[in-house]
Every structure is written in C-alpha cells, then in structure tokens.
Design a protein around this ligand. Structure first.
Ligand code: HAM
Length: 415
C-alpha cells in the first residue's frame, strides 16, 4: 500500500470540523481588524527565501524543499509566508497604492524537519502582516489581533514572550560582544552551538541544550546594548500592551529562527504542547523590503501554526460537541417512493436546510439508525399511508414529536 509522505497528514472528515471551526474564528478576527487576504503560489524562486530568511538559518540551511525544475530554475516550496508576501507586495506595487497595508493569509508550508508532536514537514500557518508603519502602535495591533484570535478560540493559558533585537547597528555591536563571551566559554558549549557561534551566534541564545543554557545564563543581554531609538520603540510597545491589557514577559533570550527581524520579536507559548511549545511568533522586519529589491518599507507581523492551535484546543477540550451533520434525513422504506424522497430533500434544501436521503436502499430500521447517527434535527418518513394522501410523517428528533404534513406544506412550514 502506498503511504503518505512522512511528516504530512490527511485531514479526515472527522477532524475537518475542527479546522473549519478554527478557520471561521480566524476570518472573523481578521475582519474585525480590517485585514485583507492575500494568496501567493506554493513555490517561489529559491532566492526569495535564501535572501530574506538568512543563508545561515536552519530553515535555509537544512529544511527547505528545494528542487531544480525542468527549465533549470531553482525553486523552493515555501517554508514561510513573510518573504513571499513581501515579494508579492513589491511586484504588484501594493505599497504604493496605500501607505498602510493590512494583509493576512492561511495556507500550507513546508520544512524538512524531524517530525514529532506538533512538528510536521507540511504544516499550516495563519498569519497577519501590517505593512507601512514604523510606529509601535502597529507592533501592538498585530499582537492584539493574535491575542484576540487566541481568546476567541477559548485558549486562556498561554504566555506571550517579548524581546527586542534593536537596530542593525545595535545587533552588530551585541553580536561582537556575544561572540567574545562565547569564545571564552567555548569549552562548555555543545557541538551545535559551536557551529552556530561562527555563523549565527544569536541562535546560541535559544539553544535547548542544558550545557548551552548554563553558558547563556551569564551571557551579555541585548537589552543592555539598545540605543535610544530601539529603547523608545520597545518601551512604547510594552506601554501600549499594558494599555490594552495584554500580559507579556520580557524574554531577553528570544531571538527567533529567521534573520529578517529588527526591533520587536515575540512568541506565543502553551504548556499544552510539550517540546514544541511555541504556537505562534513574529516581529518587526523593517529591512526586508530592501533585501528583496524594494524601497525601504517598515512592517511587522506574525504567524501561527494551525496544527498546534488545534492540538492545544483538543488537549483543553475546547471544541464544541459534535453538531448536527444534517438538518433533515429523509427515509423512504419502499422502492416506489425513492424518487419522492429525492424530491422532498430538494424542497427543504431549497429553503436553505441540509438534507440527506439513504441511497443504500436499506430497511426502514437501518435508515432510522442512520438518521440518528447523522444526528439529524428532523426525520421525514415517506410511509405508504402518508404518501397516498400526498403527505409525509415529520419527526422532531430532539422532542420525539411526530406530525403528518402535506408535502406542499414543507415549503412554508416553520422549522
Ligand atoms: P515561525 O516561528 O518560523 O515564524 O513559524 C510560525 C509558527 O508556525 C510557529 O510558531 C509554529 O506554530 C508553526 N510552525 C513552524 N514550523 C512548523 C512545523 N514544522 N510544524 C508545525 N508547525 C510549525 C514564521 O514563519 C514567520 N514568517 C512569522 C512572521 C510573520 N514573522 C513576521 N511575520
């Protein structure tokens, strides 16, 4: 038997209900904030990602699904959306049409990671990007949108970690100090961190290795290197978050795994997830437009892992009980009324209800069982006696009440 690819998942009818629930909440959250949807192709020219996410990041270095197409061009299945979205904004001149763009997206993304709970090779992200404002109000707005969605899903227990990476200049100075410190403590670092130290030293800060953590605990903190501009921006974001009642924790070790960030970075964590405890993250990326060949445009945004949101909701029992699969189930016990059953189903569908017929030519008893299994609100029985007088038997499945209704009456009857 041919199996699906490792790290991918089929979404079966039983679980699609959960996806629709989350997707509905996402749509109503983004509408409240005036964000508009943007869709881009699943694959891009490889440089869209290598130039933006950073050559020395795990994503670009070892996780991208990159292939050469038949025309000899290097293409990559998108590992994230921000770079692709910025490419699309520049290419279509959207930033010229409006000084502020509020965009959101939902789709599948691909990273060659080691699959485990909450970590897949194909996964889904919902994200929002606020483009055009350098001001801390926009950092706050995207965090508010994320928090609004999280609340509307019923997730109460979560942690918002916040940090700043300052300007490029701040980061350069900090990087030098950090490397000098790490050099001195080389002997106590893991092999992975030693490799990172040379190429992407800030990533040593969020190593999960016990040895590294001991070294990192006394490492210089970026917060001590901030210039006035960076400090003011960070303080304003914190102040606005307090103003709108969003709790946060300043986490000076938070650096994120993508290189395009400056100033604010943040991550949402849930203990319901286990090792992969981050279910969303984002930050400001004021340099990305230029990196991708555009004019400088400030921007900030975030993305959330949809599988991780669903895992959290499942483990906290936040999905509503199974709802009715159909409003009406129409039973015809006798072959001569199969056509009538199809017709009656169409009458109630015409009124906006959902309706199903048996299709399997089963016995009256089995069809009744099926109606129960479908959790139908009403069962319509096309019994011989009723049919002869142009009527049906209508059963309200929650009260058990039955009544005979003329077929024509179904067009106007109140349900
Ligand atoms: P990211 O932190 O790489 O950020 O991914 C965002 C979220 O996607 C993660 O917090 C996680 O929930 C989910 N995710 C990532 N990788 C996997 C995986 N292999 N399996 C399951 N879920 C995963 C970004 O992608 C940035 N583009 C976010 C952003 C938007 N920054 C600014 N704007």
């Amino acid at each position: 038997m041919i199996q699906n690819v490792k790290g991918t998942k089929d979404v079966l009818p039983d679980t699609i209900r959960q996806w629709h629930f989350v997707e509905d909440r996402i749509r109503s959250a983004v509408e409240k904030y005036g964000y508009e949807e943007l869709r881009t192709p699943i694959f891009e020219k490889t440089e869209v990602f290598s130039r933006s996410i950073g050559e020395e990041t795990d994503i670009v270095n070892k996780e991208m699904y990159t292939f050469t197409d038949r025309g000899g061009e290097s293409l990559t299945l998108r590992p994230e959306m921000t770079a692709a979205l910025v490419r699309a904004v520049i290419q279509n001149g959207l930033e010229k049409q409006n000084p502020i763009l509020r965009l959101w997206y939902f789709g599948s993304f691909f990273r060659y990671e080691r699959p485990q709970k909450g970590r897949f090779r194909e996964f889904h992200q919902f994200g929002a990007e606020c483009i055009g404002s350098p001001n801390p109000e926009s950092d706050t707005e995207v965090i508010m949108l994320a928090a609004n969605l999280i609340n509307s899903l019923g997730i109460k227990e979560y942690k918002l970690n916040l940090n700043t990476l300052g300007t490029d200049e701040v980061r350069r100075k900090y990087r030098d100090e950090l490397v000098a410190y790490l050099e001195k403590n080389k002997a106590d670092l893991s092999g992975e961190s030693l490799a990172r130290m040379a190429l992407n030293p800030l990533r040593v800060l969020d190593s999960k290795d016990e040895k590294d953590r001991n070294v990192v605990a006394s490492a210089p903190k970026i917060l001590d290197f901030l210039d006035n501009n960076s400090l003011n921006h960070f303080n304003s974001v914190k102040q606005y978050l307090e103003c709108v009642g969003i709790n946060y924790y300043v986490e000076p070790l938070l650096v994120r795994g993508l290189d395009y960030y400056s100033h604010t970075v943040f991550e949402f964590q849930s203990t319901a997830l286990g090792a992969q405890d981050s279910f969303g993250g984002g930050g400001r990326y004021d340099g990305l437009f230029e990196q991708l060949g555009g004019k400088p445009v400030p921007a900030v945004g975030f993305a959330m892992g949809v599988e991780r949101l669903i895992l959290i909701m499942e483990s906290l029992n936040l999905f509503p009980e199974n709802v009715n699969k159909t409003d009406f189930f129409i039973i015809a016990p006798d072959e001569q009324y199969y056509g009538e059953a199809l017709k009656i189903a169409e009458i109630v569908r015409g009124r906006g209800f959902s309706a199903q017929t048996d299709l399997m030519r089963r016995s009256m008893k089995s069809q009744m069982k099926e109606s129960n299994r479908q959790n139908a609100k009403y069962t319509i029985i096309c019994g011989e006696d009723e049919m002869k007088s142009g009527s049906i038997m209508l059963k309200n499945m929650s009260t058990g009440e039955q009544e005979i209704v003329p077929i024509g009456g179904l067009i106007t009857k109140e349900f």
